[in-house]
Design a protein around this ligand. Structure first.
Ligand code: 1CP
Length: 339
């Protein structure tokens, strides 16, 4: 689908910062910005199951637009309403949201991989995400860029084996040590789908691709280099090849000790990283902490606002007062601006 069919972008701060350029202030968006802290989101969810919303382009677009409307002029990106677990679904696994994710038939041993279809028709299985992206991009009418996303292979593998969220990751980490070859095969198969899924998202209208590797921090540096990084690199190379303008930021959670392998000597754009809990601390704390964060990033860039996208360190949580989210965004506008 030709990108030219979409209205021109009037706010490109996010794309410029992602490319490492200098900006007048930091672009800001928030993971889970369309989520349970918004009463308008909860109202739609009263009548529609989670994955029903994801699979219905009109509903996914409406929810994606909710924070853009509420925080008009304050948010610098929309992120398509979906979930990382649509990829395991596309690979043939059942996933229900109740209220967290649950896989009734997780992968217990490598033999279980045989039950998954060898070929995944990404267009057929995930076409609803592509439709939602196209509709959202049109609805946005160029106000802000649209972010598409995927989970990273290791994070998705963890869910497929554990069968849901897990504190210990014992089953999935056991696979890495007990079945290293089968683990790599599984990671390759997930990567194949992610690459085609991300290319499809760009074709459908996504202007930036975000990779969530929420479980990266569970791996030792050595295991990260073996079971996570090669697949992230494949995604970054193949997922954005031939698509000028689509960059792929990665959100590898809790990996302060692992960043060497990711940064690899390059100056890269940073994204984040206010502790989401600051939003519960009241206006005084929000202002103080945002000011501190802005100063730290500017100091790191020699006093400029450059190659930095302001965000929370993780998703916004359901108990946040939407007015405090608004104040957070206003503070980023105010304190990240370089005069
Ligand atoms: O009932 C609801 O509405 C459930 C809450 C919820 C929401 C709003 C879930 C369940 N997923 C989402 C949407 C979602 N998930 C987005 C929306 C776009 C946005 O506004 O940002 C995104 C980007 C995700 C990505 C996602 N899903 C990640 C990666 C980021 C992260 O949180 O680390 C992960 C790990 C998931 C799985 C998932 N989906 C939902 C929950 C509660 C979880 C995590 C559960 C767990 O592991 O314990």
């Amino acid at each position: 689908m030709a990108q030219a069919q979409f209205p021109p972008l009037t706010n490109d701060l996010l794309l410029r910062a992602a490319r490492g350029e200098q900006t007048d202030r930091a672009p800001v968006w928030v993971m889970r910005q369309a989520g349970r802290y918004l009463p308008e989101f909860r109202k739609i969810r009263e009548n529609h199951e989670f994955f029903e919303v994801c699979r219905t382009p009109d509903l996914a677009t409406e929810i994606t637009m909710q924070p853009i409307r509420r925080y008009a002029g304050l948010l610098d990106a929309a992120i398509i309403f979906s979930d990382i677990l649509v990829v395991p679904q596309a690979m043939g696994m059942e996933v229900i949201m109740n209220p967290g994710p649950h896989f009734p038939n997780p992968l217990n041993t490598p033999e279980d991989m045989e039950k998954l279809p060898r070929e995944v028709d990404v267009e057929k299985e995930l076409g609803y995400v592509f439709e939602a992206l196209t509709l959202t991009r049109k609805t946005l009418a160029g106000q802000v860029p649209l972010i598409g996303f995927s989970g990273a292979p290791w994070t998705l593998m963890m869910y497929m084996i554990e069968g849901g969220g897990s504190q210990t990751r014992q089953k999935s980490k056991t696979w890495l040590f007990k079945y290293p070859e089968a683990s790599k095969q599984l990671l390759e198969r997930i990567t194949d789908v992610c690459v085609r899924y991300l290319i499809g998202q760009v074709n459908a209208g996504a202007q930036l691709l975000q990779i969530f590797d929420s479980n990266a921090g569970d791996l030792s540096p050595y295991d990260f280099s073996k079971f996570a990084l090669p697949y992230l690199k494949r995604i970054a190379d193949e997922g954005s090849r031939g698509f000028e303008g689509a960059t792929t930021p990665c959100h590898p959670r809790d990996v302060a000790r692992l960043t060497d392998g990711i940064i690899d000597g390059r100056t890269i754009t940073m994204q984040g990283n206010l502790d989401p809990v600051v939003l519960y601390g009241g206006k005084e704390a929000i202002e103080r902490e945002v000011k501190r964060m802005c100063k730290a990033f500017q100091d790191a860039r020699g006093g400029a606002c450059k190659a930095w996208i302001a965000n929370l360190g993780h998703g916004i949580t359901p108990g946040v007062d939407p007015e405090d989210m608004k104040f957070f965004l206003e503070c980023v506008h105010k304190y990240s601006a370089v005069s």
